[in-house]
Design a protein around this ligand. Structure first.
Ligand code: CP
Ligand code: NVA
Length: 335
């Protein structure tokens, strides 16, 4: 978690203040909330953010993020307000620092999807309450946490897992790179020249160095032996004017049966969605047996619930891990 303006509050703007142990803790808590949701009686009585409110600012369109946060807050006992970014006018109708301070008087957390990353940093700096990054032009940490959790949950995560991102060096690729600084895995980005990821995040991740990061420009070279083939749209929100040109530039960077055939025979296919069949992924692969795309989309809900409990009721989060550890020790002593 990013720790910003006050000692007590934590934000989730990226992974910079997490380490491998804390990520696994988040995954274990996500498993707990996911399992509990299936046991509906337990879920109904579990309300760790009872009475708390979360203001959600969306300056870009969204389906998964908006719905999963809104439902997540509701299920944890809180109340979410969906604020249309246009009507608030972040840094146009009203200065970001005023929005941050004002919302801190009414709410317990802010979830924000914005363009410039520097604006979410300013929001976090001036807010007294946790700020969660729901996607910026730079990164999409909620997505990648849910994706890595999906692999963990399925028992597919290994220190030498090869995850190949085919497409644009965009916000989603940047968050994979950030994660590779903290967790040991092999990340390969196959992107056209001129569509590289963020240089600063790449440098920091390589310095942290838990995983290995390769950038190549040949999708077939990248996909050879891959355990995961991952993709995202060729044109991200805000780049619509470049869409036609991008269709041409990215033509070879498609996940299709031919590309899948050089990956590991057990490889899985992931996509953060929304997906454009016939562009970055074929309908055949998207609907095929290797696709775990809807599982990762569902997991956005469970992982974001875990993040919210960690940020909004840290005592509850800590208690869970303490009990969990004691149960593990007790289990080991029995055997
Ligand atoms: N993957 C994702 O963030 O989807 P939305 O843009 O629909 O929220
Ligand atoms: N890179 C995409 C991700 C959408 C979830 C975008 O920013 O539009």
């Amino acid at each position: 978690m990013d720790t910003t303006s006050t000692a007590a509050k934590r934000d989730f703007l990226g992974f910079s203040h997490l380490d491998a142990g804390r990520i696994v803790e988040l995954f274990d808590f996500s498993l707990f909330v996911k399992k509990q949701r299936r046991e509906s009686a337990a879920a109904a009585s579990y309300r760790p953010i009872e009475g708390k409110t979360v203001a959600m600012i969306f300056n870009k369109p969204s389906l998964r993020t908006r719905v999963s946060f809104e439902i997540g807050v509701h299920e944890l006992g809180g109340y979410a307000l969906n604020l249309d970014g246009k009507s608030i006018g972040v840094n146009s109708r009203e200065a970001v620092e005023d929005i941050a301070r004002l919302l801190s008087r009414y709410n317990d957390a802010i979830v924000a999807r914005l363009h410039e990353h520097s604006i979410i940093e300013a929001l976090a700096k001036h807010a007294d309450i946790p700020v969660i990054n729901a996607l910026t032009d730079l990164s999409h940490p909620c997505q990648i946490l849910a994706d890595a959790f999906t692999l963990y949950e399925k028992g597919l995560w290994r220190d030498d897992i090869k995850i190949v991102f085919v497409g644009d060096g965009n916000n989603v690729a940047n968050s994979w790179i950030e994660l590779a600084g903290l967790l040991p895995f092999h990340f390969v980005l196959a992107c056209p020249e001129g569509h590289l990821p963020d240089a600063g995040l790449l440098e920091t991740a390589r310095e942290k160095g838990a995983g290995t990061i390769e950038i190549v420009h040949d999708p077939f070279e990248a996909a050879r032996g891959a355990d995961v083939l991952y993709t995202d749209v060729w044109t991200s929100m805000g780049q619509e004017e470049e869409a036609r040109e991008r269709l041409e530039t990215f033509r070879e960077f498609q996940i299709n049966e031919r590309l899948l055939s050089v990956a590991s025979p057990e490889a899985v296919v992931m996509h953060c969605m929304p997906a454009h069949r016939g562009e970055e992924i074929t309908a055949e692969v998207m609907e095929g047996p290797r696709s775990i795309i809807l599982d990762e989309a569902e997991n956005r809900l469970h992982v974001q619930k875990a993040v919210m409990v960690k940020l909004l009721n840290h005592e509850e989060y800590r208690k869970f891990h303490l009990t969990h550890r004691l149960e593990n020790v007790a289990g080991k002593l029995k055997h």
